[in-house]
Design a binder for this molecule. Structure first.
Ligand SMILES: Nc1ncnc2c1ncn2[C@@H]1O[C@H](COP(=O)(O)OP(=O)(O)OP(=O)(O)O)[C@@H](O)[C@H]1O
Length: 499
């Protein structure tokens, strides 16, 4: 038996003189699933980008199967057998599933071999449990979770020896995550080395053989998953014992900000949704992919032009069939796709934080600039963003910190009465997650109606004052005052049929 398939040897990389990764070393054997953990900005993505040929190390080396590898580009890395499933989706919505699968594949079959390609695509879709999708279907018609699964199938199709998954399950429900895990285990069993980046610590311990924790760009520990617990991992990640977030639940009896939603329908997605949501409370929509939970939020935000029903805020009708109508009524939406909907990635953090409130910042350019800076600074503080990064382009922030910018810019706006969030803490580390949860609690206590959708049990239970379970475009049940995790899970996966 030869040595490890992947050797990461004293890798280092700085940005503008600031070290992001400092002499990180670890190895991954054939058939091993190796997790990379660490808080937002710890250096995980930077390591992944060096391993996948997107970023050159300043020092150190990567050895693949005993040979030092010069991973000059993503293509070179791919040719050497390194496949990457990115944190941000790279599937192209305007192309079909099949076209996406063969896009960028260096062994892409010729047109004459289309039949074989379709067959292979079909096999991979089935392997991912996507038996309902057709190879000829446009990716634009798929939900975010389905796109993520297609992205994973695409990486698996590249006959890789090393498969890197950067937060593959961040947008997926429990059931879909299970399908991904099964696929990942099959890939490892074929003799591949798998590197798995995730903030979901229980799933890390369940799926992975070995865990490496990074903190401030340094490797702090590499240990067998069997020797670790979630609490021990957190201590390694933060370097201290974490404090649990305390939330106070003080429902506001004032009903003037009530959001009344009646018979909201979206053809093919949402059968019927009725809810009166009160100010001061956080409503959690618990549903897996295709349950309709996201569609409730998207319809309220004016993103489903064909939605029907009636929506009233403080007894006034909301023109919810357009984003402008929804925004005018005071509805703000934080989608689960910060790249596609909302953030200006090449613009500074400060500008992004205040982008939605520019018209209220005053007239003259100097006045506006001063106020913009102050507003941005206080929002950054609110959202737990590093204050020294305000002038940097958003794309230079780590993924989790980008999410904080996305949430942060909807906060503290006097014109917002309803805050809708789809997977509010996707990709956010434990500290950032607590910060965002606290912000949402504060927003509710300040008199907003807060409605969020999530697939994560822990988040639903922690944050939802009222939890609505959803499945197949309908509400399964409503739980005011919390619920049991197992009950929520059953509602989401089986509905009431199983009871
Ligand atoms: N292109 C860049 N320019 C400047 N700084 C960068 C750049 N890319 C990354 N960084 C910085 O390097 C550090 C490590 O970031 P990295 O994205 O590797 O963290 P991460 O552990 O993957 O975080 P997350 O969990 O949020 O994805 C951060 O401080 C980040 O802001």
């Amino acid at each position: 038996m030869s040595g490890p398939l992947v050797v990461v040897d004293a890798l280092a990389r700085s940005f503008a003189g600031v070290p992001a990764v400092r002499e990180v070393s670890f190895t991954v054997g054939a058939g091993e699933i190796h997790a990379l953990c660490g808080h937002n900005g710890a250096g995980k993505s930077t390591v992944v980008r060096m391993l996948s040929g997107q970023l050159a190390p300043d020092a150190g080396r990567i050895v693949l199967d005993g040979e030092a590898a010069d991973l000059r580009s993503r293509q070179v890395a791919q040719r050497l057998g390194v496949a990457l499933v990115d944190q941000e989706l790279s599937v192209v919505p305007a192309l079909t599933v099949l076209e996406n699968m063969t896009l960028g594949d260096i062994d892409a079959p010729l047109v004459t071999r289309r039949r074989a390609a379709v067959r292979r695509c079909r096999e991979l879709l089935d392997e991912m449990g996507l038996d309902r999708l057709r190879p000829g279907q446009l990716v634009a018609t798929l939900s975010m979770g389905e796109r993520q699964l297609v992205e994973i199938a695409k990486a698996l199709s590249q006959r890789a020896r090393v498969v890197i998954l950067d937060e593959p399950t961040a947008t997926l429900s429990e059931a879909e995550s299970r399908r991904v895990f099964a696929a990942v285990r099959r890939v490892a069993a074929r003799g591949c080395a798998v590197i798995f980046v995730s903030h979901r610590l229980p799933e890390v311990l369940e799926l992975c053989d070995t865990v490496t924790v990074l903190r401030d760009g340094r490797r702090v520990v590499t240990a067998p998953a069997a020797d670790l617990t979630v609490d021990r991992l957190i201590v390694h990640m933060l370097g201290e014992t974490p404090h649990r977030l305390e939330t106070s639940r003080r429902p506001d009896p004032d009903l003037t900000h009530a959001l009344r939603i009646e018979h909201l329908r979206v053809p093919g997605r949402l059968a019927d949704f009725t809810l009166t949501a009160r100010a001061g409370r956080i409503y959690a929509l618990a549903g897996q992919l295709g349950s309709g939970a996201s569609d409730v939020l998207r319809a309220l935000a004016g993103l489903h032009a064909r939605a029907t029903g009636s929506v009233q805020l403080r007894d006034r009708a909301v023109a919810f069939r357009s984003p402008v109508g929804a925004a005018r009524a005071g509805i703000a939406f934080v989608s689960n796709d910060r790249k596609g909907e909302g953030l200006f990635l090449d613009k500074p953090v400060a500008g992004n934080l205040v982008a939605t409130r520019l018209d209220r910042l005053g007239r003259g350019p100097l006045v506006a600039a001063g106020r913009e800076r102050r507003t941005a600074r206080s929002l950054a503080e609110l959202a737990g963003l590093p204050p020294d990064r305000l002038a940097d382009p958003v794309l230079t922030l780590s993924g989790g910190n980008q999410q904080k910018v996305f949430v942060g810019r909807s906060l503290g706006r006097p014109d917002v009465h309803v805050l809708l969030l789809d997977e509010p803490t996707r990709g956010v580390d434990i500290g950032g997650r607590a910060a965002i949860h606290r912000l949402l609690r504060d927003a509710a206590e300040a008199g907003l109606v807060v409605v969020f959708a999530s697939t994560e049990l822990e988040e639903l239970l922690e944050l939802g004052d009222v939890i609505l379970t959803m499945r197949d475009g309908r509400v399964v049940d409503t739980y005011p005052g919390g619920a049991d995790g197992a009950v929520l899970m059953r509602d989401m996966t089986e509905g009431k049929d199983a009871a």
